[in-house]
Ligand binder design. Structure first.
Ligand code: G6P
Ligand code: MG
Length: 215
């Protein structure tokens, strides 16, 4: 029986991928190369530093020191936070607020489990912070998805056993993390991509409490 819903943030509650893409693209362009929206798909759910490593690889850039990499990541994050600072609740993905509220009204616990260190700012801009009983983000975990740490910490903070949790995720690494944590999974996106999820819907606007019974 499901007692808690744990939501990934980027791509599930809000589409920040466009802003990540714009900021990473600007960084790549500044270094003299470009990458496609298709390549950008591979960055979903991937931590900031791991994303930078992938992008440097695409540009065949191999001469950066650790300190220079930190600087590049900071530069990108400054551009990114400038953009998300202008976000409003209008950018919440269709049905997301309503579904989280419906979960709460039904007595289920709710949490965020995200790799993003910017989670607190984003939830604040979207005016959603109060809808979550626990918020586990990139500032609280030491091992990124597909490691289950972020979701296990969420379950622990909620006081719910992992097998009574369902995780909503748009990234393959996130679905894998939830499976390793012995949780149920709902993929947000395409069933062709998220083959290991228990169920896949195109967005939270297509989700209902009744569907949780099928898990
Ligand atoms: C999410 C996004 C990734 C992003 C990561 C870290 O998982 O899908 O694209 O790289 O968070 O975000 P941050 O805000 O900490 O740079
Ligand atoms: Mg995501």
């Amino acid at each position: 029986k499901i007692e808690a819903c744990i939501f990934d943030l980027d791509g599930v509650i809000v589409d920040t991928a466009v802003y990540h893409y714009e900021a990473w693209k600007r960084l790549a362009n500044q270094m003299g190369f470009d990458f496609t929206e298709h390549q950008n798909e591979q960055l979903k759910g991937v931590s900031r530093m791991a994303s930078l490593e992938l992008i440097l690889g695409w540009g065949n850039i191999t001469n950066k020191t650790e300190a220079e990499k930190q600087e590049l990541a900071t530069l990108k994050n400054n551009w990114y936070t400038e953009m998300i600072g202008r976000m409003t609740p209008a950018e919440i993905l269709p049905g997301a607020r309503q579904f989280v509220q419906a979960c709460r009204d039904a007595g289920l616990k709710t949490a965020i489990g995200s790799a993003s260190k910017n989670t607190p700012i984003i939830l604040n801009k979207l005016e959603l912070t109060h809808l979550f009983d626990a918020i586990i983000d990139g500032n609280c975990v030491s091992t990124p998805k597909p490691d289950p740490e972020v979701f296990l910490k969420g379950a622990q903070q909620l006081g719910v056993s992992p097998s009574a949790c369902v995780v909503f995720e748009d990234a393959i690494a996130g679905i894998e993390a939830a499976i390793s944590g012995d949780m149920k999974t709902v993929g947000i996106g395409s069933p062709k991509m998220l083959t290991r999820a228990d169920m896949v819907v195109s967005g939270l606007d297509k989700m209902s409490l009744n569907m949780l019974e099928e898990l």
